[in-house]
Ligand binder design. Structure first.
Ligand code: HEC
Length: 149
């Protein structure tokens, strides 16, 4: 009888700790799940941070004021919402012209994908700069959205 009770206690403890482990596993899983939700409902980027990233990495090739012309890269005034390859003064690669012909438009999703790996999205594009950091990409898009046409 005594041994039975001890046995019962050990069993109870074992199942309690199994329960605790399961609860911990569930808790460990929870942040991952909410991170996934956060990624899909990603908050808009920080336009001011994006402006700084742009000035450091993009400005040497891209003008952002309407009418300022193009440099090594096309003018990006009014970029968000505009068709790909739409700076008339700029001589785009056949790759980007084909994208425009297929109806590509620069919305936030397309831009984030392009900036992550330009040549993966449009093989043959001469846009050389990839941005590896997802937060910087979001911030850049928030900044680009402030550039009026
Ligand atoms: C060394 C020059 C250079 C740098 C630096 C550069 N770009 Fe570009 N970018 C280009 C060129 C050239 C093109 C045209 C690509 C083509 O015709 O295939 C381009 C195209 C683009 C386009 C497509 C524009 C359109 O009218 O369809 C976007 C958007 C863009 N760049 C954003 C950026 C951003 C954001 C950065 C900084 C992270 C950046 N670029 C850095 C040269 C550059």
């Amino acid at each position: 009888m005594k041994i039975d009770r001890i046995y019962f206690c050990v069993l109870a403890l074992a199942s309690l700790s199994a329960f605790a482990l399961a609860a911990r596993a569930a808790a460990d899983g929870a942040p991952a799940a909410s991170e996934a939700t956060a990624a899909s409902n990603a908050p808009a980027g920080d336009a001011e941070a994006g402006r700084r990233v742009f000035n450091r990495n993009c400005r040497s090739c891209h003008q952002v004021e309407a009418g300022a012309g193009s440099q090594l890269g096309p003018n990006l005034a009014g970029l968000v919402g505009r068709a790909a390859a739409a700076d008339r003064e700029f001589d785009y690669s056949p790759a980007l012209q084909a994208a425009a012909g297929a109806g590509a438009v620069w919305d936030a999703t397309a831009l984030e994908r392009f900036l992550a790996a330009p040549t993966k999205m449009f093989p043959g594009t001469t846009m050389p700069m990839a941005v590896g950091d997802a937060t910087q990409r979001r911030d850049l898009v928030a900044y680009l959205a402030t550039l009026s046409p």
